[in-house]
Design a protein around this ligand. Structure first.
Ligand code: COA
Ligand code: AMP
Length: 643
């Protein structure tokens, strides 16, 4: 039987560690749990008959804020910098020690408690990359509330959908975020979201940033700074939570317009993150970790906030871009100034840097002596960019694979256990607890080297989602029913004879734009709601910088006599307005017909091959072969594809 287990010849402790986790998961994870402070120590690691596929550490209790903050203050790290905020967007730098962090988080927790927030209540955060966002997440954790962070690049409608689903008692928001080209006023977006959401939170706490002050709604909105100043010195206790209690809900694109609320439980998550810091990332307590993502994404939750703080590291909070703030040397400057040992970013960021500084000349002049490893994730790392980074940085570059659902990497090269041989294009080997296999359409594991759907044998390891918010049923139908006994990753790929996993792309309608996960189905819903559109199809087409870029094909209603170019502009604006700028939807093409099978299924995969200049064959089931030529022509007219 093919297996994802690595070749035993590889010179690393990985093989033994992974083998033990497979053979004795109870013992392995109970040992790993010792790195965490528990108010009630777990006596068992896993309870199979609980939830959709079982629950981790069913009898343990702990508090995430205690583990990330208080215990470091108590344990001698009070004066160590916990958060190094570096914001080229505002020209600000700030060093926040663990003692400062405890004060800030405690006061904010008191404010939330005064607003009626308690154990199990939800709090939505709609905030940019500022320290207060981290204080907010940790303050929720302190008092047992469940936070849900919404990425700032989403529009009011997306925020509204999440408010409606999470039903938060309080919303924490900033007056604005800062993009290189503009100040994004968040408050009007929040107001619009609250106007349409049926659920109304009791209060909104608004962080006023000088770049765009927000007007406050009497009776509902409070000024963040004033409220926290009034609570200074107060320190609500850390509430002991069941390990199975949710720490947060993070919404991610699903295959329908309705986002999935990925639930993260407390105990399993902290144990898995803690294991990953020393064993996967090879980082020790006290060192500096720089994850250049955003707190709105899972990568930010795990590796800007929780993992580095749990591990007693200094985390870098960077409010800027890889290029343009001010130049493609920005990351190297931050790495040097903060003494970063491990940098984690998305391949798209690397491509952006490479495009502007192909020689890597911006690396020179920065002292990178403490820097050891670059980690990449979020989308497929193209071998050319990886090789470029290895050359200019002269350090190992590790591609690792994960999903919002898993909360920590499924596969990677575990540097802390001894670097395994690097194979460009592959995300290396599975982490402990992940039994990864490639399955055929019937759910049978395929021989090594054969492509198929990548699945993980149940149970998923600690840290992965136990369920979806409010719906065990959707959890089952989305992930567990396609292949009974397995979690369907919806990624296609291949595992080679050494057990190395290569992820090739999604099997569903999710596309990955600049490392951001987006649903083409969601965009189609927006296009279809335009009064002039009869039908549409959105596909992700190859983009040299962003990996993929969405492209929408629309068929107009028969009676529409307006200029199609004008309608196309309206459609681009509509997606930006309803989903957000992050969708990067810039291309709508009017066509006469969409290519379909005789049973009416739109041939999106063939359209994508045409747009991506890839060889394609005429599907035997096509309704009208001439339509594909028309699609090719319309792409060619915009300089895309070969027709
Ligand atoms: N708030 C408001 N708007 C935002 C935003 C935020 N937090 N983040 C992005 N946007 C906007 C951008 O300003 C841009 O708007 P525009 O259409 O007016 O230019 C739009 O959303 C698209 O943003 P993005 O796709 O990020 O493109 P970009 O051209 O601004 O930057 C990169 C390109 C490659 C530099 C950038 O995408 C990047 O750093 N990506 C890495 C992503 C990442 O770390 N992902 C996490 C997975 S590890
Ligand atoms: P997200 O939930 O936003 O983290 O996106 C998860 C999806 O991004 C995965 O299902 C993959 O399709 C893709 N992805 C993440 N990391 C990688 C990687 N290292 N290589 C290839 N694809 C990746």
């Amino acid at each position: 039987m093919p297996t994802a287990d690595p070749s035993p010849d590889l010179p690393s402790r990985y093989a033994a560690v992974h083998e033990r986790a497979m053979r004795d998961p109870e013992g392995f994870w109970l040992d790993a749990a010792r790195a965490i402070d528990w108010t009630t120590e777990p006596t068992r690691a896993f309870k199979p008959k609980s939830g959709p596929y079982g629950r981790w550490f069913p009898d343990g209790a702990l508090n995430a804020c205690w583990n990330a903050v208080d215990r470091h203050v108590a344990g001698g790290r009070a004066e160590q910098v916990a958060i190094r905020y570096d914001s080229p967007a505002t020209g600000t730098k700030r060093a926040i020690t663990y003692a400062d962090l405890l004060r800030e988080v405690s006061a904010l927790a008191a404010v939330l408690a005064d607003l009626g927030v308690g154990r199990g209540d939800r709090v939505i955060l709609y905030m940019p990359m500022v320290p207060e966002a981290l204080f907010g997440m940790l303050a929720c954790a302190r008092i047992g509330a469940v936070h849900s962070v919404v990425f700032g690049g989403f529009a009011a409608n997306e925020l509204s959908v999440r408010i409606e689903d999470a039903a938060p008692k309080v919303v924490l928001a900033a007056s604005c975020g800062i993009e290189p080209s503009r100040v994004v006023a968040y408050k009007p977006l929040l107001d619009a979201a609250l106007a349409t959401a049926r659920h109304k939170p009791a209060a909104c706490l608004i962080l006023q940033r000088p770049q765009a002050l927000a007007s406050l709604v009497e009776g509902r909105d409070r000024d963040w700074a004033e409220a926290v100043a009034a609570a200074e010195g107060r320190k609500p206790d850390c509430v002991p939570m069941a390990a199975t209690d949710p720490l947060y809900v993070l919404y991610t694109s699903g295959t329908t317009g309705k986002p999935k609320g990925v639930v993260r439980d407390t105990g399993g998550y902290l144990v898995a993150l803690s294991w990953s810091m020393s064993n996967l990332y090879g980082v020790q307590p006290g060192e500096t970790y720089f994850c250049a993502s955003d707190i709105g994404w899972v990568v930010g939750h795990s590796y800007i906030v929780y993992a580095p703080l749990l591990h007693g590291c200094t985390t870098v909070l960077y409010e800027g871009k890889p290029v343009g703030t001010p130049d493609p040397g920005a990351f190297w400057r931050v790495v040097a100034e903060t003494g970063t040992v491990c940098l984690f970013t998305a391949p798209t960021a690397l491509r952006a840097i490479k495009k502007e500084d192909s020689k890597g000349s911006h690396v020179a002049g920065h002292d990178l002596s403490r820097f050891r490893t670059l980690f990449l994730a979020g989308e497929r790392a193209d071998p050319a960019s990886v090789a470029w980074a290895e050359r200019v940085l002269d350090r190992p570059v590790v591609d690792h694979w994960w999903q919002t659902e898993t909360g920590w990497p499924i596969a990677g090269n575990p540097v802390g256990l001894g670097l395994l041989p690097v194979k460009h294009g592959s995300t290396c080997v599975p982490m402990p607890g992940y039994d990864v296999q490639v399955l055929d359409e019937g759910g049978k594991p395929v021989p090594a080297g054969t492509m198929g759907t990548i699945a993980i044998r149940l149970p998923l390891p600690p840290g992965c989602l136990p369920t979806l918010w409010g719906s065990d049923t959707r959890m089952r139908t989305s992930y567990l029913e396609t292949f009974p006994g397995w979690y369907d990753t919806s990624d296609a790929g291949v595992i080679d004879a050494d057990g190395y996993i290569t992820v090739l792309g999604r099997t569903d309608d999710i596309i990955n734009v600049a490392g951001h996960r987006l649903s083409t189905g969601g965009m189609e819903a927006v296009l279809s709601s335009h009064p002039d559109v009869a039908e549409c199809a959105v596909i992700g087409i190859r983009d040299a910088l962003k990996g993929e870029a969405p492209c929408g094909f629309v068929v107009l209603k028969a009676q529409v006599a307006r200029d199609p170019a004008e309608i196309e502009r309206e459609l681009v604006a509509k997606v930006r307005d309803e989903i957000g700028p992050v969708a990067a939807f810039k291309l709508a093409l009017t066509v006469q017909r969409l290519p379909k099978t005789r049973s009416g299924k739109i041939l999106r995969a063939t359209m994508k091959r045409i747009a991506d200049h890839e060889p394609w064959t005429m599907p035997a089931t096509i309704d009208d072969a001439g339509v594909l030529d028309e699609i090719g022509e319309s792409l060619k007219a915009r300089g895309i594809g070969e027709g």
